[in-house]
Design a protein. Structure first.
Length: 153
């Protein structure tokens, strides 16, 4: 994969469940650096929670400052329907942004049944999903470079 060194990657992070999201952020940063994206091309922005990710991702995408955005969050199932509303809104909203943005927008939101599951997926010593989310953004950047919008088939 090409991994354009000139790419500007926006990492959009929900503060809610920050023990998990900060580890996912670190995993994403480590992967981007390992793939040759310079630290000064990686930009981190925060929002209060996963509910806020779609509107912030939309704003970031329309700013023209980023080549790709990774939206990082964590929604843990509780005893109420709140999980369904927040996870559904984050998923639907980020999907809409991804379809209209013209740049890669990656859904990096963990939706787990409990904190143990979330921490296992954010483990910086193991299979950190943050790295996978960053990898997806880079892979999509390569695909978008190969198949630009409005290009000839």
């Amino acid at each position: 994969m090409k991994r354009a060194r000139s790419a500007r990657i926006g990492l959009l992070v929900a503060r809610f469940n920050n023990l998990v999201t900060e580890q996912l952020l670190e995993g994403a940063r480590i992967r981007l650096l390992a793939e040759g994206i310079p630290a000064n091309r990686i930009f981190v922005e925060y929002v209060p929670g996963a509910w806020d990710l779609p509107q912030a991702a939309g704003r970031m995408a329309s700013s023209g400052r980023y080549n790709a955005i990774v939206a990082i969050g964590c929604v843990i199932r509780g005893e109420t329907a709140h999980f369904d509303y927040v996870a559904g809104h984050a998923s639907d909203g980020l999907g809409q942004v991804a379809l209209s943005a013209g740049i890669p927008v990656v859904f990096g939101v963990l939706t787990t049944d409990n904190g143990q599951q979330a921490m296992a997926r954010a483990d910086t010593g193991g299979a950190n999903k943050g790295g996978e989310f960053a990898e997806a953004a880079l892979e999509l950047l390569d695909l978008f470079d190969t198949h630009p919008a409005g290009g000839q088939a």
